[in-house]
Design a binder for this molecule. Sequence first.
Ligand code: FCB
Length: 463
Amino acid sequence: MSFDRRDFPADFAWGTATASYQIEGATDVDGRGPSIWDAFTRVPGAIADGRTGDLADDHYRRFREDVAIMADLGVNAYRFSIAWPRIQADGTGPVNPAGIGFYRELSEALLERGITPYATLYHWDLPGALEDRGGWLERDTAERFGDYSGLVATELGDVITHWITLNEPWCSAFLGYASGVHAPGKRLGSLSSHAAHHLLLGHGRAVPAIRAAQPDATVGVTLNLYSMRAATDSAADRDGARRIDGLTNRIFLEPILAGHYPPDVITDLGEGEWFDRNPAADAADIAAPIDFLGINYYSRHTVAAPPLGSSVTGAAAGLTYPGSEGLQLVDTGADRTQMGWPIHPEGMLDVLELAHAYRPDLPLYITENGSAYPDAMVDGEVEDEDRRRYLEQHVMACAAALHKGIPLKGYFVWTLADNFEWAWGYSRRFGLVHVDYSTQKRTIKRSGRWFAAFLGGPAGGAG
Ligand code: FCB
């Protein structure tokens, strides 16, 4: 039985997703200021292969080739991010015309190919000058983000109509300021919750700023949500799953969609330097009405509360954020990607249903989904059957969600082309397109040809 895009609504967005620091390179041209990732990649030991985003996929110079590849794949949407330090080198003041110019040219090239731009305003590359003033721990960064968002929407509102304020604030707050595995590399325990709150407030400032600049804008935010299971039916494991669900999913979902922090999360956090002075005062701003929610879905967490005294808990078990103490993620034997992330296509339905339950009428997008595998280039081809199967199974989960009446409006593969995978450097490849980093040659993988065949794109001919 054939299964292709005709089984989905005609206006369904089919895209690929990328992020500025992971692909652009050209970090010191046209007035771009330094970002926290430029600094973090210089910290010895921070990046697995010791490399930086200085060149990455050289997309800043090769974007026309990359847009042509997207047209060959047959996508009708592209989610990319705008590098704040290209627009305001130090995070404040007037826009840098050269930075705006790059995203204008990119957007125009997309539109010429019938590809709708979906622009993320913050995918982790904070201007370094703002980090010097405290970064997301400071309330002022939220105000600056609101200003920047309004400026970008004013400048680019004629070519971009779909906006995503933040990408995965959970990662910015807790990988950036708790575990320290992402920039700015801080390990601040409960103080990291201040970053979470200010990211939410920044989103709350950006939404009205974009609408003021562009009244018909379509505005949303992207969260990384995890399917959640308890390892056993014991009360302790079930409570552990509730806690991790609260600390990863609901801590961002609920303020945005329901106008308050989850009461159980506040209770779980207990004593400590939590949040800002009075988080409730910002609740209405954070819950500014949005037009859609973007969900990045990769995996499921299976949570166990080991008996007291077990050594593999908290940080040692990969749970490095405040409130996760004493809990553990267990291996259930499910297949895993090269990232070690268990593969559960049906878990995508869990996270869609979780969001849908808060606001049944709110359009949802899968703004990222994909997998890393140790690809081999043999005779000029990458036969990544594992990635192809991963994508097919998750696309089928999208169909199941639509069948259940969930207003899912689009699906974006992470990612267009292999790129700089944050703390993993270039040692993890997620692309539909292989990149030879010594020559910058792009080669569509089998998974990319499959996606093109599914979409009816020219590159699907041999798929
Ligand atoms: C997500 C990020 C994205 C990419 C994928 C693999 O958390 O948003 O930039 O690194 O993971």
